[in-house]
Design a protein around this ligand. Structure first.
Ligand SMILES: [Fe+2]
Ligand SMILES: [Fe+2]
Length: 165
């Protein structure tokens, strides 16, 4: 990050980097589990559902890249050790049902994962919003990702509802 870009950030960069790295770890974990869920789900409803899970997994991958960009901009480094991702993450694990035909169970697990993501982004947004003008770029990035997580939760809830009709 250039000098001027660093100068305009007026909040504790180390704490912010820690929070951004936790969210970065969450995104990798979500991407991993969603990709796995998309190939695991089976049954008559699976094609439309797995394509939605796959689509959302790509968003999670994009979020991890966007967070990595911001971490670099702030002078930090995104976590590179795979085994540390789970230690850093806010949302550590997604537990899927044993039966791959239990689509409701899979969708419930994914909805819970989105709820955890929403919580994580909302917490950071509240933390930095009191000093919104202190890091406008991070504020807008987190706001953008939070709105996509809200859409994801709704998408999984809608799939659950549609399946029940
Ligand atoms: Fe995400
Ligand atoms: Fe999401």
């Amino acid at each position: 990050m250039g000098k001027k870009a660093r100068d305009i950030v007026k909040i504790g960069i180390q704490e912010l980097l820690k929070d951004l790295n936790s969210l970065y770890a969450d995104e990798w974990i979500a991407f991993y589990y969603y990709t796995w869920a998309a190939s695991y789900a089976e049954g008559p409803f699976s094609p439309s559902i797995t394509s939605e899970i796959e689509k959302i997994s790509k968003d999670e991958f994009e979020h991890s890249s966007e967070l990595a960009d911001r971490i670099y901009e702030l002078g930090g480094e995104p976590e590179k050790e795979l085994e540390n991702l789970q230690k850093l993450a806010n949302c550590k694990k997604i537990t899927f049902p044993k039966d791959e035909r239990d689509i409701d169970g899979i969708l419930n697990a994914l909805t819970a994962a989105e709820a955890c993501a929403i919580d994580g982004y909302n917490k950071l947004l509240l933390k930095i919003s009191s000093c919104y003008t202190n890091d406008v770029r991070t504020f807008h990035l987190i706001q953008h990702i939070l709105s996509e997580e809200i859409e994801h939760e709704e998408a999984f809830e809608n799939l659950l509802e549609k399946k029940r009709q």
